[in-house]
Write a protein that binds this ligand. Structure first.
Ligand code: 15L
Length: 270
């Protein structure tokens, strides 16, 4: 793998991955709708609006592997999710096909399956239970990724990222936290492992309270270094400041589930 493009390079994850992947691949190109404020003089930046196929094609030209982080990264109204994440994701995979890109690592999210109760342990083959339009867009990204993998021969890895950061920030995040180094490790497996065709991995560190069976990632050699329990005191102290949330505290997706919830709370056990 010689040339890699990171989309969404100005975002929180993009900023950290730019640093962690620097020097790993001879050519690292970074893209976002706007130039990242902290762009270094030696970084190769191409501006692209994901909703514009021509711009996306220009950004991916000559690239072998893409780390697709771009788009909306939180629970937002449909009018914002549609162009950035649905049309944007189609444009990304279609541009990759046209430009003969070999691999895509897609930043999916735990919110594609957020409506599983926390007491259920799920694997990567759990049926979609999106908890927001954002979660729907991530399920769409996984689906279109599989189309381009099996129909067009792209090698695709979808990472259902939990919560990315230097430390877990509350009780829920003790189960789903991932540190930057572990995410970089998963991205490298997606870009480099010879056996990848189409895979889904959970983007989580080595967390004792995890709700997820991440066996497929371990099979590909993933060895996470982060341990959420090392931060348990700070996370539980922060949790005390949060209001109780009957629905959000029950489901894996947290507040993404309770936001605008007017469903049947009796189904919460399933
Ligand atoms: C995500 O997918 C979001 O990108 C991030 O902002 C957090 O909300 C995270 O999930 C989470 O579930 O904590």
């Amino acid at each position: 793998m010689q040339s890699v493009l990171i989309t969404g390079a100005a975002g929180g994850i993009g900023t950290r991955l730019r640093a962690l992947l620097k020097g790993v691949y001879p050519q690292l190109r970074v893209s976002d709708i706007r130039r990242p404020a902290d762009l270094a003089p030696d970084e190769n930046f191409v501006a692209a609006d994901l909703a514009d196929l021509k711009q996306v094609e220009h950004a991916v030209a000559g690239i072998e592997g893409i780390v697709h982080l771009g788009g909306i990264s939180v629970d937002r109204p449909w009018g914002e999710v549609l162009p950035a994440n649905i049309i944007g994701c189609y444009n990304l995979f279609e541009a990759a096909r046209r430009q003969k890109v070999k691999r895509v690592v897609f930043a999916s999210s735990n919110h594609a399956v957020g409506f599983y109760p926390r007491r259920r342990r799920i694997g990567v083959d759990a049926k979609v239970r999106a908890d927001s339009y954002y979660g729907v867009s991530k399920a769409f990204g996984e689906a279109i990724g599989s189309l381009y993998a099996y129909k067009h021969g792209l090698r695709v890895t979808c990472l259902r990222i939990g919560n990315f950061g230097d430390a877990p920030i509350d009780h829920r995040r003790l189960a789903i936290w991932i540190n930057p180094e572990d995410l970089a490790q998963l991205v490298r497996i997606g870009l480099e492992h010879p056996d990848i065709r189409y895979e889904i991995f959970f983007g989580t560190s080595n967390n004792e309270r995890s709700w997820w069976d991440n066996e497929p990632a371990f099979r590909y050699g993933y060895r996470p270094s982060g341990r959420a329990e090392d931060y348990v005191d700070a996370a539980m102290t922060a949790q005390k400041a949060l209001p109780p949330d009957r629905i959000g505290d029950w489901y894996q997706g947290g507040t993404y589930c309770s936001s605008e919830f007017d469903g049947d709370p009796e189904l919460a056990g399933t």
